[in-house]
Design a binder for this molecule. Structure first.
Ligand code: AMP
Length: 460
């Protein structure tokens, strides 16, 4: 879970990168950083915390230049430590290089062990650093060839933006796991994880960076390269549409808001129930709840009110704080829900702990019945490609059947959208999407996680 941005040929590149990161804050709240180029040198500012707290005018003044890249991080690989904050910055034989990465590699540990056996010393514990070691150790002279040779050795999900003293280079893995879009702002180019970052800076959305495409931005302008001769099947992450991306973004050529509303409509068809109102768990359940309400004709009501000045409760480090966090974040609108039969809609259940607290709160507020509807299938598998999900042992749907989960959450009924109806918009979904978190069908082998086969055998 990360967001990346790159700005080329803009006199205030770091300020544009800052705004882009601001729009991408939902993709990672743990740390952020920007690297710019000025007078032939990379300038860096990286800190733990939120974008708005890390950067201010004096800090941005120290990041001059017309190229900049940035990153917001929530750790999916590598511990949560200052040394892992991106963009990572290195000096190698050809100068400085910085990199921002969204996604997760599945053979980084294998490659890292190889390098360490030959004496390499790693500065961080992230998978991203492996890419830098690969680049530094290639024999090709020019950076593009080194990057291509390196990317041919890594497996997994990567949307990447590199910065050197003279170039910005952008790459997306051949399966296109994570989103990456290209925009234009006058004579400047912007790349970002989501279109909402382009919207904020007033850039026009040109197109996606294609799966397997590498874009080079230099004083000669932009050039596109497609080094993967035998492109594999795509594996767009369906969870971006379910939960992760901002609803005002367009991801993999589809509007997230519309897709989520469609999940809600499908859910209403698949799992109808009589009730007085449809209530979303804000914000993640809102578009799906609207879709459910439209399809069923049952009125939509904001029966839960969210305090917007707290982060996502999931991000908190301990169970104790997480439980406390739900109450800080959500409160029932008591007069609305009292004595009523509710259809409560959320996008997913992960551990079940938040959902249980929400049901408790609604019952305390006097709700008569609570029918929980989830606008995606049970999350039964961890993600190895860049979404932060807990271990399989903590995923409630990996351990329990829906009826047991219903009892744990203490709702009157519980139903999930089926995988088939999740792909209401794409009949050949397995041609294009990775749905491994729901189906257990991992599109590629996982060299760093050999025990997944063991784990797979206990699939329910
Ligand atoms: P819980 O009931 O504790 O499993 O929490 C469910 C909530 O977590 C739902 O509102 C989801 O929107 C949200 N959620 C789903 N996946 C993630 C994730 N990877 N990180 C943070 N929150 C998530």
């Amino acid at each position: 879970m990360c967001g990346i941005v790159g700005v080329f040929n803009h006199p205030e590149a770091s300020r544009i990168a800052y705004l882009g990161l601001y729009a991408l804050q939902h993709r990672g709240q743990e740390a952020a950083g920007i690297v710019s180029v000025s007078e032939g040198r990379l300038q860096t500012h990286r800190r733990m915390g939120l974008v708005g707290d890390i950067f201010d005018e004096p800090v941005l003044d120290k990041l001059p230049g017309n190229m900049a890249i940035g990153h917001v991080r929530y750790s999916t690989s590598g511990a949560s430590a200052a040394k892992n904050i991106q963009p990572l910055v290195f000096d190698y034989s050809h100068g400085g290089i910085a990199v921002s990465h969204n996604g997760n590699l599945v053979n980084a540990q294998v490659l890292r062990s190889e390098y360490e056996a030959h004496g390499s010393i790693f500065q961080s514990t992230t998978d991203t650093e492996v890419i830098v070691h690969l680049i530094a150790s290639q024999h090709e002279k020019d950076l593009l060839s080194r990057i291509i040779a390196s990317l041919k050795r890594v497996e997994g999900a990567y949307s990447l933006v590199f910065l050197t003293e003279t170039k910005m280079i952008v790459a997306r893995d051949p399966r296109g796991w994570r989103p990456l879009v290209l925009g234009k702002l006058g004579d400047s180019y912007i790349v970002a994880s989501e279109t909402c970052a382009l919207d904020l800076v007033g850039a026009t959305y040109e197109r996606e960076v294609e799966p397997g495409e590498i874009l080079v931005f230099s004083k000669e302008g932009m050039s596109s390269h497609r080094p993967f001769l035998d492109p594999p099947k795509k594996a767009f992450c369906i969870f971006e549409h379910v939960y992760f991306a901002r609803p005002d973004s367009e991801i993999f050529g589809r509007e997230v808001y519309e897709t989520r509303k469609g999940f809600g409509r499908s859910l209403a068809k698949e799992h109808p129930v009589e009730a007085d109102m449809v209530v979303p768990v804000p914000d993640s359940g809102v578009p799906a709840a609207l879709g459910y309400s439209e399809e069923s004709g049952i009125p939509f009501q904001m029966g839960l009110i969210r305090n917007h000045y707290v982060g996502r409760t999931f991000i908190e480090p301990t169970d104790q704080i997480r439980h406390f966090g739900v109450k800080i974040k959500l409160n029932p609108a008591k007069s609305l829900v009292k004595g009523k039969r509710l259809i409560l809609v959320d996008d997913s259940i992960v551990r079940g702990t938040t959902s249980r607290k929400i049901v408790d709160m609604l019952r305390e507020a006097g709700a008569k019945e609570i029918h929980f509807r989830i606008s995606s299938p049970p999350t039964r598998w961890p993600c190895f490609f860049g979404i932060d999900t807990p271990n399989r042992s903590e995923l409630i749907a990996a351990q329990q059947e829906p009826e047991e989960i219903r009892k744990f959450i203490n709702c009157d009924s519980l139903a999930y959208l089926s995988v088939e109806n999740l792909f209401y918009f794409n009949k050949n979904h397995d041609e294009w999407f990775c749905d491994a978190c729901f189906s257990g069908n991992f599109p590629i082998p996982l060299p760093d996680f050999p025990d997944i086969t063991k784990v797979k055998s206990d699939k329910k």
